[in-house]
Design a protein around this ligand. Structure first.
Ligand code: URA
Length: 207
């Protein structure tokens, strides 16, 4: 049985070799990175300029903010896994098109299946709507939700937080309960009531 690392590498090669995928003629592959044993999978929208150049997700300004927010909850960046819905940069950083999201969908689905995270933390509107088309980021950020069998935790996109201090405040606040949420998901026997007495946990009681 291949290891998670090997299965991810096989998937990466499949993506690289599929030249029929949209954006494959104009941009580099940004597959994702992090610990294959990560409990939390962060999923953004699509790579930007710096990500395309370096072949790594979230390495520009938004990535620096993501690193900072992770550090604030004492999670080394290397301990989580970070990827995007669309794995190549759309020209001029435009929004990904529905057909681009659709084309990359089987690859993301496979990546999630290999990683089997405890929690999927979505970054921004496109990412949450990929899992829950009816969700509204302004209403649902910081609420633990479920998409099929996956616990999903919608967060604002760090790039949006760089543009508006109110969004940054919400994003920072939504990061705080993450360790506790993951602990609870890993230990379902922890009584809910105990958890909910703690500040910041009240929004995590959707299921
Ligand atoms: N924005 C994203 O959604 N993903 C990245 O990798 C970088 C910026």
């Amino acid at each position: 049985m291949a290891t998670k690392k090997e299965r991810l590498e096989t998937l990466r090669q499949e993506l690289e070799q599929n030249r029929a995928l949209p954006l494959s003629q104009t941009a580099n592959l940004v597959f994702g990175e992090g610990s294959e044993d990560a409990q939390v999978l962060f999923i953004g929208e699509a790579p930007g300029f710096h990500e395309d150049k370096q072949g790594r997700p979230f390495v520009g300004l938004a990535g620096q903010l993501l690193n900072k927010l992770l550090a604030e909850i004492h999670w080394p960046r290397e301990s989580v896994y970070i990827t995007n819905i669309v794995k190549r940069r759309p020209p001029e950083n435009r929004d990904p098109l529905p057909e681009e999201i659709e084309a990359y969908k089987p690859y993301l689905a496979h990546q999630i299946k290999i990683l089997e995270p405890k929690l999927i933390a979505t970054l921004g509107r496109f990412s949450i709507n990929y899992f829950l088309p009816e969700a509204k980021i302004s209403r649902d950020h910081g609420r633990l939700m479920k998409a099929g069998t996956w616990p999903v935790y919608p967060l604002y996109h760090p790039a949006a937080a760089l543009r508006a201090t109110t969004v940054l405040k919400d994003l920072r606040k939504d990061f705080q309960p993450l360790p506790e949420i993951v602990e609870r998901l890993s230990n379902p026997e922890i009584p809910q009531a105990t958890k909910e007495q703690k500040p910041g946990a009240s929004q995590t009681s959707l299921f």
